[in-house]
Design a protein around this ligand. Structure first.
Ligand code: HEM
Length: 145
């Protein structure tokens, strides 16, 4: 039952995080005003909360699942999944800093700044797409060492 509950939570949290990313990509546009910045800053708070929960639930699954920690700690796709996820977390820092900074000013952000933030969001989304593949390979024993 614990395994099933954690698996459901894992998937729901992942969908929610990807949803947040899509909302950010849809909102961060050239000419965006103060209302949009306030909205996206609030949504971005959830990005951090969801990412922390995904990491926690994922690690709990890895430790307490039937396969056990020995299975995952000796799997290259498991470490690739964690590595790429952490990289995505790092890439989310510049957009977060931008949201916090521009929320405090009344000025409309420069187009170049918006393009820079969108580049980070796109990179995050593309890297995120690797993760289901890594997860499926890891769950089936590929990449064991
Ligand atoms: C970085 C923290 C994460 C950890 C520690 C983690 C850990 C795990 C574990 C232990 C499983 C169970 C695999 C099995 O049944 O043997 C799993 C499954 C899965 N994870 Fe994660 N996960 C993390 C993040 C993610 C993210 C961000 C995604 C995004 C797509 C993801 C997608 C999946 C999928 C799709 C499965 C099901 C795989 C299958 O049964 O075919 N995980 N994860």
């Amino acid at each position: 039952m614990l395994d099933l509950t954690l698996a459901i939570a894992h998937h729901v949290l992942i969908f929610a995080l990807f949803g947040v990313l899509v909302v950010e990509l849809a909102t961060v546009k050239k000419g965006m005003g103060q209302t949009a910045i306030t909205q996206v800053a609030a949504v971005d708070l959830w990005y951090g909360i969801l990412a922390a929960l995904i990491l926690a639930v994922g690690l709990i699954r890895a430790y307490f699942s039937a396969k056990g920690w020995a299975y995952y700690s000796h799997n290259a796709f498991f470490w690739a999944k964690i590595g790429v996820f952490l990289l995505i977390g790092l890439l989310s820092a510049p957009p977060t800093i931008f949201f916090i900074k521009t929320r405090r000013t009344e000025a409309i952000p420069a187009d170049a700044e918006i393009s820079r933030v969108r580049m980070f969001l796109h990179l995050e989304a593309v890297l995120f797409l690797l993760l289901p593949g890594f997860a499926a390979a890891m769950a089936r024993g590929y990449g064991a060492f």
